[in-house]
Design a protein around this ligand. Structure first.
Ligand code: PLP
Length: 387
């Protein structure tokens, strides 16, 4: 039997044709596809502006700089995420701290957030909070927004998992309750550019800043020049930036993928519903859903009630060539973060989650037969081992 990964890209003939067309065109980078992608993407997420970059990690980095995060500032996020969600703060010299998750959703725990804000001295309050859409399920953005007004912090949504998700009727990315939302276009995510990321915002100045940051801090637009100049070759670097540009090859792939984003999310939801029907709930917690949220189902994460069975089930499935995974090792427990002073026991819900979670495979081309096979293996294993 072929190996089944937890997620993978879905590429069709049109995707390939679009990439080939760009390869044969005049521009492999800095051509017309980036503008076109940004125009289409902002329509899909319903925001005023979008900036495409070469990864979600880059998007988080330029977003932090654009929001003014600096040395001496604080950034808070959740431990139950990929390391990019907090590395972006460290990269600009800020200090990072975490807020624990609500075990049932895997997302930021609003009560824990409120408590932490209340108990933090004014000088150490965060400048930015990064809520993560775990597995595609939106966190309670409206409640975080209310707190942001009271405690004066910016909200940067890490929606790497959440293209196609929505919350209280708002598409994720429309930034109704945030300053910037970022998405990932890595092949395991909802749609792909090979590598890529997008930042959406409704703030014109933030968008301009991010567009310059991805290109060395350079502007070529006459209307923005600090120095009056008549020369056609003239451009200005106005602050320190990076080369985080997306190529036109990636953008061409992503534009083609965008057409299928909706159908991909529908397929992911169908698979999730099938798992929910098939899996024996006696020994498992299944992903939470609620009437306010629509999840893209980037991940389908089960939690084994008996943590001692998790590793054995994990190994059992891997032996059957079912490449289940773990999302996530809590960020604060990585050696790098431990050296910054974080300790086991600091964020108990994230740690408990990491001891019990298994990400099952879910992606648009997954066959119903495969969902049944995996569900049967899990039910068999748990009913045999858990009495
Ligand atoms: C994948 C991911 C990222 C990083 O995305 P890249 O595009 O690979 O840089 C950041 N945050 C979360 C939550 C992710 O899942």
């Amino acid at each position: 039997m072929k190996l089944i990964p937890y997620s993978r890209q879905t590429i069709d003939k049109n995707d390939i044709n679009e990439v080939v067309k760009t390869l044969k065109s005049d521009f492999l980078t800095q051509g017309p596809k980036i503008n076109l992608l940004e125009k289409k993407f902002k329509k899909i997420v319903n925001s005023n502006y979008c900036t495409a970059v070469n990864s979600a990690t880059s998007a988080l980095h330029v977003a932090c700089i654009a929001l003014g995060l600096k040395k001496g500032d604080y950034l808070w996020t959740v431990p139950n995420s990929f390391v990019s969600s907090s590395n972006c703060g460290l990269l600009v010299g800020a200090k990072v701290d975490f807020v624990d998750i609500n075990f049932s959703t895997g997302n930021i725990d609003i009560q824990a957030l409120e408590r932490k804000l209340k108990n933090t001295p004014k000088k150490k309050l965060p400048k930015i909070i990064i809520p993560v859409h775990y597995g595609g399920l939106p966190p309670e953005l409206d409640k975080i927004f209310v707190l942001s007004k009271k405690y004066n912090f910016k909200i940067l949504e890490d929606a790497s998992h959440a293209i196609g998700s929505s919350y209280r009727g708002n598409k994720i990315g429309n930034c109704k309750w945030s300053d910037i939302t970022i998405f990932s276009l890595h092949p395991v995510k909802i749609i792909t550019a090979g590598e890529g990321g997008i930042a959406s915002t409704n703030n014109k100045a933030l968008d301009k800043k991010m567009k310059m940051l991805r290109n060395h801090g350079i502007t070529k637009e006459k209307k923005f020049f600090e120095k009056k100049n008549k020369y056609k070759w003239y451009f200005e670097q106005q602050f320190l930036g990076l080369n985080y540009r997306m190529t036109d090859i990636s953008a061409a792939l992503c534009i083609s993928q965008l057409k299928k984003a909706r159908s991909f999310v529908i397929k992911r939801n169908k698979i999730a519903n099938l798992y929910k029907k098939l899996l024996d709930k006696k020994h498992l917690d299944l992903p939470e859903s609620n009437k306010f949220s629509f999840s893209s189902f980037h991940l389908f994460v089960i939690r084994i009630k008996n943590k001692y069975s998790r590793e054995r089930l994990f190994n059992f499935l891997r032996k059957k060539k079912i490449l289940v995974n773990l999302h996530y090792i809590p960020i604060h427990l990585h050696p790098y973060y431990k050296r910054l002073g974080f300790k086991k026991g600091q964020f108990l819900q994230s740690e408990k989650h990491a001891e019990r979670a298994i990400s099952l495979h879910i992606f648009p081309s997954l066959k119903i037969k495969q969902v049944k096979l995996v569900s049967n293996y899990i039910n068999y294993f748990l009913n045999k081992n858990e009495k």
